[in-house]
Design a protein around this ligand. Structure first.
Ligand code: DX5
Ligand code: ZN
Length: 221
């Protein structure tokens, strides 16, 4: 099954003092909002948690895509599930991944697994049929505005091949350094869902940027 191209702006690149205004700038064109939750242990940065997400949910009805860059994510699934539509955990942080993924679904959310740049796709072979999405990190997680890692293309191709062979229907996502110059090749490699931070929020017209990125992703030739 072919998936529609989706763009999830990451509010990590937004102005946190004006979050409502920032989300308003993208909410019409975005297919969801990506929430980067960092604990200062799994990654060398600390961002935001439940109170902020709860506040966003109170105002916006939009699809919320939580990316948990925290150790022991299983401890927080229930509380996150109250506010978000999807929860993605890192492969590197979970011992009993099947249990964690099953729990996310039981809680009524879409379930995703994210891979750090060094973590190979083949490790997902057994869990893939249980997932709704795989998030391939195209930078080392922790910060917005980093440089895209070129080996991501072949990693995406491997994942796409594995999904086709197993006949599983997943969103293939990339996160980190996505911009107008690499989005087309990423789409051709098999990505259907793009997390974009700096390229959207640092632009003069974030909603037009989303339109342009989507158009460029789907461009033929
Ligand atoms: C990085 C985060 C990303 C980040 C993407 O650790 O997971 O979601 O905000 O931002 P850009 O697009 O600026 O690399
Ligand atoms: Zn992210």
């Amino acid at each position: 099954m072919e998936h529609l191209t989706k763009i999830y702006p990451s509010i990590l690149a937004a102005d946190f003092l004006n979050l409502e205004e920032e989300i308003n700038k993208v909410s019409k064109e975005a297919d969801g909002i990506h929430l980067d939750i960092m604990d200062g242990i799994f990654v060398p940065n600390i961002t935001f948690g439940i109170p902020i997400i709860e506040s966003i949910r109170k105002i916006f009805d939009i699809y919320l895509d939580a990316h948990l860059m925290i150790v022991e994510p299983e401890k927080y699934l229930e509380i996150f599930s109250k506010y978000v539509n999807s929860i993605t955990v890192h492969y590197e942080t979970v011992t009993h991944l099947h249990r964690t993924v099953s729990r996310i679904k039981e809680l009524g959310c879409k379930a995703g697994v994210s891979l750090n740049p060094h973590t190979p796709v083949f490790l997902l072979e057994e869990i893939l049929p249980y997932l709704d999405k795989v998030l391939i990190m195209s930078v080392n997680p922790g910060f917005t505005g980093q440089k895209f890692i070129e080996s991501t293309y072949s990693k995406v191709e491997k994942l796409k091949k594995m999904a086709q062979e197993k006949e599983v229907d997943i969103d293939i996502m990339v996160d980190g350094g996505v911009n107008i110059n690499n989005i087309n090749l990423l789409h051709k490699s098999g990505v259907n869902t793009f997390v974009v931070g700096a390229s959207v929020f640092y632009s003069n017209n974030p909603s037009q940027e989303i339109i342009d990125l989507k158009k460029m992703a789907e461009k033929n030739g």
